[in-house]
Design a protein around this ligand. Structure first.
Ligand code: 5RP
Length: 157
């Protein structure tokens, strides 16, 4: 998480990023300008929210003009890898999935073989995973498992 996301749009665009996700908590006053700038640099805009932030805070960014195309529901407090997945965040994912059936919904924090099912069955289709992949004896196998869980959940929906 950065506190001044606007400052990073230009450099990340230049570096070739395809997407740019900012925290709603850091952009309450300027998210419209931010989304416009992200799109003007050819990147896909996304918004993220911390565990303590209610899901309703992102609705204006999805419903109006200059809408974001992805919501990242943090399943740990932002800061560092290796933290414990917060299953109670799945209520946010379920609520979002019900309201926005084709939205990209990402989850980040504590995702791995033991938590992926909770996330994908709630409606998450983009997974951020650090420790469970990089700490595994066979990282490719974990990635295949995570991807398979997303695909299975999508077939069921
Ligand atoms: O940066 C993070 C939090 O700010 C992420 O949660 C992290 O990169 C993912 O790591 P892990 O899969 O180990 O939870």
């Amino acid at each position: 998480m950065v506190t001044n996301p606007l400052d990073y749009v230009e450099p990340l665009g230049k570096a070739g990023a395809s997407g740019f996700t900012f925290h709603v908590e850091a952009s309450r006053d300027n998210w419209q300008e931010l989304v416009q700038k992200i799109k003007s640099k050819g990147m896909k805009p996304g918004v993220s929210l911390k565990p303590g932030t209610p899901i309703e805070e992102v609705y204006p960014l999805l419903d109006g003009e200059n809408s974001v195309e992805l919501v990242l529901v943090m399943t740990v407090e932002p800061g560092f890898g290796g933290q414990k997945f917060m299953p109670e965040m799945m209520d946010k994912v379920r609520t979002l999935r019900k309201k926005y059936p084709s939205l990209d919904i990402e989850v980040d924090g504590g995702l791995g073989p033991s938590t992926i099912e909770a996330a994908t069955s709630a409606g998450a289709n983009c997974i951020v995973a650090g420790s469970s992949v990089f700490g595994a004896p066979d990282p490719a196998q974990v990635i295949t498992l995570l991807r398979g869980s997303v695909e299975e959940a999508q077939k069921r929906s």
